[in-house]
Ligand binder design. Sequence first.
Ligand code: NDP
Ligand code: OXD
Length: 311
Amino acid sequence: MTRAVLVLYVRSARARWWRKHLQTLLPGIECKLWDDTFRSEDVEYAVVWSPPNGWLAGFENLKCIVSIGAGIDHVLADSLLPQHVPVIRTTGPDLTQRMREYITLQVLAQHRQVNAVRLAQNTKQWQPVITPPAHDLTIGVMGLGKLGTAAASSLQQLGYQVIGWAGSQHHIDNVKCYTSDQKQHFLTQTDILVCLLPLTDDTRNILCGSLFSMLKPGAGLINAARGEHLVEEDLLQALDSGQIAHATLDVFRQEPLPQSHPFWVHEKITVTPHIASLIDPESGGKEIARNLLAFINGEPIEDMTDTTRGY
Ligand code: NDP
Ligand code: OXD
């Protein structure tokens, strides 16, 4: 009897390493890379990051798709995606920890005006900046899933006032949580806005001019979710007017960010290359294998997504 095939689509220098790692963790399954030789009818599992449009539809016996990452927008973007196939995402304590670190780092950097200090150093200016205490600043976290909840908890432990916003009511210690219909009330209190929403039809372009105008004047923005949440021209205008004082962007509509893009050289923008919480293949591979084995054994899977709602 032939073994079921798992096909891996990951355009990375470590693709072969990934295949070997998963093969060790899943000895009962034949692990192949997308460009290896295999029969498409034997493929039962696909483990992917941003597969080409229509590629998954070529596997008629596909039982499940695993996203190498927390977001599944890169899978759902496929216009020919077989609708009946479940999609499992990949999360885990390491991913959450990295996002906690990134958001904490960037909130502190904006609060303590690290950018201004650096600019002063560039021109050899001794220019002390006095910033308000953490408890005077309100950090608004959009999206209270695994990552937003962790980030909000860490920020409140540092002494910030933290508020959160999500589709449904959440309860997080010392964090006042708002729901979808209370967006304006949430935004008008916010000094630094952190976006950790999934990319869906409802959240695409959510970071736009009208949203920026509801924030406190001179607010900060941190987008570590997806580039398509942000209307880029609106951000440039809000930075010009001073409505937004600084933006820290980890994700972009086009990645890598093109060389000619104005964000690279903008004084009020910090660019990071989609590193807020990259999956580490060692522990990420273990999460993927654990979820796949649970799927095969019919066990409950916390990382199972709801493709109809988009996350
Ligand atoms: P989850 O799926 O766990 O949580 C999503 C949250 O967003 C939920 O609280 C949900 O509300 C809320 N939400 C969804 N749609 C809406 C809406 N229309 N209005 C209000 N709230 C909404 O996501 P994660 O925390 O795991 O991850 C968030 C995103 O971060 C990922 O989708 C991915 O795009 C991005 N990411 C970025 C990384 C990076 O390195 N830059 C790394 C990992 C992830 P409710 O609770 O009511 O369902
Ligand atoms: C993810 C990401 O979704 O790295 O995990 O963006």
